[in-house]
Design a protein around this ligand. Structure first.
Ligand code: CMP
Length: 138
């Protein structure tokens, strides 16, 4: 079990001014930040990041949305990080997210769901390496 996960605060949340409140909730839940950047993805970069979903019906919408505004990417550390972070953010569709979760608090829809969280240790490493060089991770 790895103790790291990867997250993005998505364009819906950054544009609504939720970044600080979401980071506060993440840090208060016991995660520490091991790398972070505020950036904006091109369509090509968003497509590469979500390449695994390329054949899904929502892929075009996902790429448009994820390249529509700024995002905050971060590597987070905590014991049991991947599973605990997915519990903290709640279900992909905020309509199904538990009370108090980040998506329940800040997300509007399944497409614009405020945050991303890696679904496995393997993907956490791949996704963190997509955004950060060795020099940027401590
Ligand atoms: P995320 O956890 O970032 O991983 C893949 C994303 O695809 C997911 O969050 C959603 O934002 C998006 N997604 C999943 N299902 C749908 C859907 N049915 N319609 C639109 N977007 C979706």
């Amino acid at each position: 079990m790895s103790n790291r996960t990867f997250t993005m605060i998505k364009p819906d949340a950054t544009s609504k001014g939720y970044t600080g409140a979401i980071l506060d909730q993440i840090i208060k839940a016991g995660f520490s930040v091991k790398a972070m950047k505020w950036t904006k993805l091109t369509k090509e970069q968003a497509g590469l990041f979500y390449d695994v979903h390329r054949e899904r019906g929502f892929f075009g919408e996902l790429v448009e949305f994820m390249s529509s505004g700024s995002i905050v990417a971060a590597i987070l550390e905590k014991e049991n990080a991947v599973e605990d972070f997915r519990t903290l953010i709640g279900a992909t569709n905020p309509a199904n997210a538990a009370e108090g979760t980040i998506r329940k608090n800040f997300a509007a829809s399944i497409g614009e769901n405020a945050v991303h969280g890696s679904d496995s240790d393997e993907n956490a490493k791949i996704e963190g390496d997509f955004f950060f060089s060795k020099l940027e991770i401590f």
